[in-house]
Write a protein that binds this ligand. Structure first.
Ligand SMILES: *Cc1c(COP(=O)(O)O)cnc(C)c1O
Length: 412
C-alpha cells in the first residue's frame, strides 16, 4: 500500500533527524485552509487546536497571506539599529489594544519565552539588590528557556535542568497565599490569567483585582503572561481587561502573529522607564516582516469583530458540548475560545488519538482535560462539524474505557 510506505517514511525521517525533545509527531500536515488541515495522504482534519492558540485567523487566511507576501517583497529585516514603519505601527496598535495610554512601551521578541525573558529582566531592573524575590504561581507555565523555566512552577519540568536561576518562589493561586508571601523584598508577581498548559484552569474570582491592590501596596510589579489568553482568544483583547485592572506589564505571543513567530512585552506607566540603552536586545525581534503580519492579523481581528465572535462561539460550543450528554464529559472550563473539556476519567490521550482517527485535532492539556483553541473565525459550520466528530470520538473511547478508571485531580 503506497499510503503505508509514505507514512513510514516521514516517521522514520522524524525519528532519525529531529532532536528527541518531544514525543513522536502525530501526523504530517502538508496544507491548511481556514479551520481545516490536510495530511500527506490527503486526509482532511478539523483543526480545533489552532497550533496551540496561534492561528487566530485559521490557515492561509487571505489577510495573512497578503501581509506576508507584500512585506516580504518590500522589506523584511534591517536590525534594531533602525526603525521600520510596520514596527512602529504595531507598537502603537498594541499600546492602544492593551490600553497603556501614552506612557506605555513595547519590546519585541520572537516567541512567548523571549517576551517572558524580557519581563524577567524588567522584574530584576525594578527590584535591584533590595528586592531579590520574584513570586510566581504553582502550575502556571511561562516557557522552556532557562529564565522562563525558572518562573514555571512545575517540578518535573525543572528537575533535569537544576540549578535554576535563583530568586523565584512559587505560591498557591489564592489571595491569602499572595498576601502572606508579599513583602518589601518582592520585585514582581508573575500571573498566567488562565493556566492554559495546566488544563485551562481559571484563577479564583477577584484574584487579579486583589493581586493588583496587594502588589501595588508592597511596591512589587504585577506582570501578566497573556501569551495564550491574549489577542482576543477569551473574548477580550487581553484577559485582564475583564477585571478592569491596570497591570505593570503583560507579555503576548502565540495568537498575535496568526502563525508568524513574534512575541512582545508591553509595559504600563513607570515600568516603561526601567529598560535603558544596552540592557536588552534581539537581532530578529520586531523585524518589519513579523510586525507587518501581526499588525494585519490584529487589524483583521478588529475589523471582523472576532472578539465578539470568540465570546459568542465559546458560549455556543460550551452549550453544545454539554448537550452531547456524554458520561465522559463532566464540564467545561475557560473563557471564549480557550476551552478545557473536563473528562470523568484520565483518558485524554485516548480521546486525542481517537479524535485524530476521526479527522479532528484537539490536545490533551493533562490526563483528564481536552484543550481546544480553534481559530477565532469559526462559525456554525465548524461547530456542527466539531460536535459530530467529538461525539463520535467520545463513543469510541467509552467503548474502550475500563469501568474502573478513576479521574485525576486537576491542579489549581
Ligand atoms: C506558550 C506559552 C509560553 C511560551 O511561549 P513560546 O512561544 O512557546 O516560547 C509562555 N507562557 C504561556 C502562558 C504560554 O501559553
Amino acid at each position: 500500500m503506497s499510503g503505508e510506505t509514505e507514512a513510514t517514511s516521514w516517521q522514520e525521517d522524524a525519528a532519525r533527524d529531529l532532536v528527541r525533545n518531544a514525543g513522536d509527531r502525530l501526523a504530517l500536515f502538508t496544507r491548511g485552509e481556514g479551520s481545516h488541515l490536510w495530511d500527506g495522504e490527503g486526509k482532511r482534519y478539523l483543526d480545533f487546536l489552532g497550533g496551540i492558540a496561534v492561528t487566530s485567523l485559521g490557515h492561509a487566511h487571505p489577510v495573512f497571506v497578503e501581509a506576508v507576501s507584500r512585506q516580504a517583497a518590500t522589506l523584511a529585516h534591517v536590525s534594531n539599529f533602525f526603525a521600520t514603519p510596520p514596527q512602529l505601527a504595531l507598537a502603537s496598535q498594541l499600546k492602544r489594544l492593551a490600553g497603556t495610554g501614552e506612557s506605555g512601551r513595547v519590546y519585541f521578541g520572537n516567541s512567548g519565552a523571549e517576551a517572558n525573558e524580557a519581563a524577567f529582566k524588567l522584574a530584576r531592573l525594578h527590584g535591584g539588590p533590595e528586592r531579590p524575590r520574584i513570586l510566581a504561581l504553582r502550575n502556571a507555565f511561562h516557557g522552556r528557556t532557562m529564565g522562563t523555566l525558572a518562573l514555571t512552577g512545575k517540578d518535573y519540568m525543572q528537575a533535569p535542568f537544576l540549578p535554576m536561576i535563583p530568586g523565584v518562589e512559587f505560591i498557591e493561586s489564592t489571595v491569602e497565599a499572595l498576601d502572606q508571601a508579599l513583602d518589601e523584598r518582592v520585585a514582581a508577581l508573575f500571573v498566567e490569567p488562565i493556566k492554559g498548559e495546566a488544563g485551562v484552569v481559571e484563577l479564583p474570582e477577584g484574584y487579579l483585582v486583589a493581586a493588583r491592590e496587594l502588589t501595588a501596596r508592597h511596591g512589587a510589579l504585577l506582570i501578566l503572561d497573556e501569551i495564550q489568553t491574549g489577542a482576543g482568544r477569551t473574548g477580550a483583547w487581553f484577559a485582564f481587561q475583564r477585571d478592569g485592572i491596570t497591570p505593570d506589564a503583560i507579555t503576548v505571543a502565540k495568537g498575535i502573529g496568526g502563525g508568524f513567530p513574534i512575541g512582545a512585552l508591553i509595559t504600563f506607566g513607570a515600568a516603561s522607564e526601567l529598560f535603558s540603552p544596552g540592557t536588552h536586545g534581539s537581532t530578529f525581534g520586531g523585524n518589519a516582516l513579523a510586525t507587518a503580519v501581526a499588525s494585519a492579523v490584529l487589524g483583521e481581528i478588529e475589523r471582523a469583530g472576532l472578539l465578539d465572535n470568540a465570546a459568542a462561539r465559546g458560549e455556543q460550543l460550551r452549550t453544545a458540548i454539554g448537550a452531547i450528554g456524554s458520561p465522559l464529559v463532566t464540564g467545561c472550563r475557560g473563557r471564549g475560545l480557550l476551552i478545557g473539556i473536563a473528562l470523568a476519567h484520565p483518558v485524554a490521550g485516548a480521546v486525542v488519538a481517537a479524535a485524530q482517527q476521526n479527522g479532528l485535532i484537539v490536545n490533551a492539556a493533562n490526563d483528564s482535560t481536552i484543550r481546544i483553541a480553534p481559530a477565532l473565525t469559526i462559525g456554525d459550520a465548524e461547530i456542527d462539524e466539531f460536535i459530530t466528530l467529538f461525539t463520535q470520538t467520545l463513543h469510541t473511547v467509552i467503548a474502550d474505557t475500563p469501568a474502573s478508571t478513576t479521574p485525576t485531580e486537576v491542579p489549581a
